[in-house]
Ligand binder design. Sequence first.
Ligand code: XIL
Length: 393
Amino acid sequence: MTRTMKWIRPLAAAALACALAAPALRAQQKQAPAPVLKQELRGMFLIGAAINLAQIEGRDTQGSALVRREFNTISPENVLKWEAVHPKPDSFAFAAPDRYVAFGQKNGLVVIGHTLVWHSQTPRWVFQDAAGQPASRDTLLARMRHHILTVVGRYKGRIKGWDVVNEALNEDGTLRPSPWLKIIGEDYIAQAFRFAHEADPRAELYYNDYSLENAAKRAGAVALIRKLQAVGIRVAAVGLQGHYKMGWPAPAALDSTIAAFAALGVKVNITELDVDVLPPARPQYRGADVSFRADTSSALNPYARALPDSVQQALARRYADIFAVLLARRGVVERVTFWGVDDADSWLNNWPVRGRTSYPLLFDRAGQPKAAFDAVVEAARRARAARQPTSSR
Ligand code: XIL
């Protein structure tokens, strides 16, 4: 026997063993197919992702396929924001949102609208008169109504629910001094909900904000919802954006926040979920204000090449803790939507620091499920097995 033969024999034997085992392995795989999020969470709550133009148009084939396979609801990351859909007073740009809604309908997904009244990504002309001075209350109210009737009206019956007002609160729970508040006054929020209801009486209407898990801001939101209810406005749900950090919010704070809104008779949706593993640009900052910007540095971008396994596992544990709370509160929590499909899409690659490499979602840049995905599946299976009574408080 030559030396080469000596090498080849065991290799060939191993190859043969593999070939023989392959059908058995395949059969096994058939019995236990790769878990799919929307199936694992069926009967608990809707599970979704915000999608971008490349996914809507199918240019991002990986992202678009993931959306269709894993999720049953979509939100528009940018295409329905005022600056995108209504860039000039008399011109609406419906091509992209039309495709967004068609993508959802074609694939049987629950389609969400984001967002009607916000201080960001809203063109300056909205708040100005012809001379560049602040518009009058009547002018701004008329513009708001026109915008809402046109946009919500166009998708009537096809968009299930709208983030009517986004981020109206300061961190201390007072109303944010946005141009909406300054020009119209406090009732701008109620007016926006009235116009949205007028445009599509059957659509669910939401108030959406970040860091409502903090006591002061949550108290402000509770007071706001109560005021709206007192004047006869039906808020279907509060959206907790869910831009979370590794250490914030504590699961107990998330739980009591959901309970606080449930006590008002409103549902809670997690509307923009991601978990930031990168170092904070401003240590104590917990918010998600899109206007916050920080300079880049390599210290702020520690995982530019890869995510260490220890962090990967810590992220998985964090997702397990978050989903344990959400699953225990199913019935109040009706939808959980991630802000992006895979890590490459995440806005956290560019906010608040441009050009970082972030890892906040369940799928990696190759579209593969991460340890955090397995943790969510595990949490869902555990909740199902425990058959805890559905919380409807
Ligand atoms: C973000 C988008 O993801 C970015 O692409 C865009 O440049 C800025 O806005 N809160 C919200 C979302 O309500 O609309 C924001 O989306 C993220 C914070």
